[in-house]
Design a protein around this ligand. Structure first.
Ligand SMILES: [Cu+2]
Length: 644
């Protein structure tokens, strides 16, 4: 455990989680807690960046920074949250302990199941279900949603979930095909009591099944021949613990229970040295605001990382299904609410993919030329969060580009509408079944270190030159740029009409042609939130109101909506930190990029949604002398006869 060979950013192992839990349990503060105390999260407390850089840039044998765990515990009896850090070196022991009554940590699966049992067996709920013709309690499923915060006085200070029922006729059926509309229960998760049950009236339960296993398909296609990916000499990457080398790239692969997959210390070997690009990249937060104002849907604003945990929801991946080819897997480990360590086998999948043509030119006069095949390194994980499944995919390319892509799939969130009614805020996907309009916003925290820690961000946009003697044909246009100096001016939205993007530059390192070396953040699909500025979601997840945010690096500024978005009134995270309008020019900076997928559901998204993708790219701009992929060998070495 104290091996000096381990990278300081390696995620906690099962053994380390067990050690940390034992240390917490033996602390006097723990013995003062009630019986219903739960471990909410327990992860590596990453060392300060300077300490990691000193270790990785030091000589072999340089001392590793102290190894620490950070845990959040919830005492349901008192409702108090406990933030604990544990020193894992030497004799493991609690280092700090802080009790807080002003926050709600994310919801554990254990709580959601308790809420389900409570609501399901409440006589008032049974009566309401009977009114809807539902007598078989076995078939009833109660989904406990994060409660949000809508300013209701009787909800203040409580730990809450809003619970809505669905029918699952048999254990393998799709519950979201049968929403029990109009019924909602508000549950106090600490006291395990129902505060309120509201029945907004009976709507017939949509009867059509929404299953998608092979048995329900009339005839499976029988014209698909095997497609096998083989790499007879093995993959081109090497793995040392959690550090991966692939061609010119080096990257550290990490994981935690809140963000899931984390990449660190991404660098590229060039000019005889390893050039840093990204110190750390992770999904800092995500939120799915729904656009239906009705009493059983208005509250649906799941802040999935801070309210549920993207890492907790990571699924074990299987060969030939989630990943295809020559795969390397990383396991992950998280804590269970009862304090036991849980291994998620194959939580992260890594492999190489052929990605079509990398570059090409064929001479038109003689048909001769050069072609190179592109190959990318894929590092990915999948999380099943309630009805939705999200794939988180990082790609490294041979031309120095980095891509992040989220794959959205799973099952739509649904409600019911009376027969013959067309929903105003959704789409009918089956008779009486309403899939509500919604958006998926993601925020990625990018701690870029372009050739060193001190960087700056420039906005680049294109404008037509004014007509006149200098532009006699009216064809002239050019790119303009400006440097952001402080945080508030760096809160920006995308604008495709002026080809707006952002470049992260190192002002002190210049390309041989003069400009500072840089990487460009190339936006992909994006949109803006449609909730009003006064809506709870706009305060509680203010990071969605701007696509770009830039902050100076601070060790504890990690999550775009703050450490505890669950039931928070709003304003925490990015809006809070940036209020000071700190300087960001020529500093160690962090770029936060928000991107939104606008989802007006289609019948084709039912009963399970074909993958939709959204993401962005980081592309070198004046970082390399010229095309860095010139040294990729021609495919003719393996496949004779390409335009030779
Ligand atoms: Cu969606």
């Amino acid at each position: 455990m104290t091996s000096s060979a381990r990278h300081p950013l390696d995620p906690l192992t099962v053994e380390e989680i067990e050690t940390a839990v034992a240390a917490i349990r033996s602390a006097t503060q723990f013995t003062e807690l009630g019986e219903r105390v739960r471990f909410v999260t327990l992860d590596l407390r990453e060392p300060p960046k300077a300490a990691v850089l000193a270790w990785s840039e030091g000589d072999d044998g340089a001392p590793r920074p102290p190894r620490e765990a950070e845990a959040v515990l919830l005492d349901h009896r008192s409702g108090t949250t406990h933030e604990v850090t544990v020193s894992l070196d030497g004799d493991p022991a609690v280092a700090t302990w802080r009790a807080r009554d002003d926050v709600q940590p994310l919801a554990t699966v254990a709580e959601l199941m308790e809420a389900e049992e409570l609501v399901k067996h409440d006589p008032r709920v049974r009566e309401a279900l009977t009114r809807r013709g539902v007598d078989d309690l076995e078939a009833v499923q109660i989904d406990a949603w994060p409660a949000g915060n809508f300013g209701d006085a009787d909800e203040a200070g409580r730990r809450l979930a809003r619970c809505i029922p669905f029918l699952r006729p048999t254990p393998t059926d799709n519950e979201w095909a049968h929403p029990v509309e109009g019924l909602i229960a508000l549950v106090d998760l600490n006291r395990l009591e129902i505060l309120r049950i509201d029945d907004h009236g009976v709507v017939p339960i949509p009867p059509e099944p929404g299953n998608f296993d092979p048995s329900v398909v009339e005839a499976l296609r029988d014209d698909i021949k095997p497609l096998e990916i083989t790499q007879p000499s093995g993959p081109s990457f090497t793995v040392d613990g959690h550090t991966v080398s692939w061609q010119r790239w080096q990257v550290h692969v990490g994981f935690n229970s809140r963000e899931g997959l984390v990449l660190s210390q991404i660098g590229y070997h060039d000019q005889g040295r390893r050039r840093p690009i990204l110190y750390r990249a992770s999904l800092s937060e995500m939120i799915v605001p729904y656009g239906d104002p009705s009493p059983t849907h208005y509250f649906k604003n799941a802040i999935d990382a801070g309210e549920n945990g993207v890492g907790f929801s990571a699924s074990p991946l299987t060969l030939g299904c989630d990943c295809l080819g020559e795969i390397y897997y990383f396991d992950a480990a998280v804590v269970d609410p009862d304090g036991s360590a849980v291994r998620i086998p194959n939580a992260i999948c890594m492999h190489e993919e052929d990605y079509g043509v990398l570059w090409r030119h064929i001479e038109w006069r003689n048909g001769k030329g050069e072609v190179r095949r592109s190959r990318r390194l894929v590092i990915s994980s999948f999380s099943a969060i309630g009805n939705y499944d999200y794939g988180f995919f990082w790609y490294l390319y041979q031309d120095g580009s980095i891509e992040y892509e989220i794959k959205l799939t799973g099952v739509l969130s649904t409600g019911a509408v009376p027969p013959g009614e067309t929903p105003a805020h959704g789409t009918l996907v089956a008779p009486g079944l309403n899939a509500m309009i919604h958006q998926h916003f993601f925020n990625v925290r990018l701690d870029l270190d372009i050739d060193g820690v001190d960087n700056a961000v420039e906005e680049v946009w294109t404008e037509a030159d004014p007509p006149g003697p200098q532009n006699p044909h009216g064809n002239a246009f050019r790119a303009h740029r400006r440097r952001f100096t402080h945080e508030l001016e760096a809160q920006r939205r995308v604008d495709g009409a002026c080809a707006r993007w952002w470049e992260i530059v190192n002002p002190t390192v210049h390309h041989r042609l003069g400009a500072p070396v840089s990487y460009r953040l190339v936006p992909g699909e994006n949109t803006v939130p449609f909730a009003s500025a006064e809506a709870a979601v706009s305060r509680r997840a203010a990071f969605i109101t701007r696509h770009l945010w830039v902050t100076p690096y601070a060790r504890d500024e990690r999550y775009a909506a703050g450490d505890y978005p669950n039931q928070h009134t709003g304003g925490s995270g990015l809006p809070e930190w940036t209020r000071a309008d700190r300087a960001i020019d020529g500093r160690d900076i962090v770029v936060w990029y928000t991107f939104g997928h606008h989802h007006v559901p289609r019948p084709e998204d039912w009963p399970v949604m074909p993958v939709a993708t959204i993401g962005f790219m980081l592309k070198p701009v004046g970082f390399f002398a010229n095309n860095p992929a010139l040294d990729v060998p021609p495919p003719t070495r393996h496949v004779p006869g390409c335009h030779a």
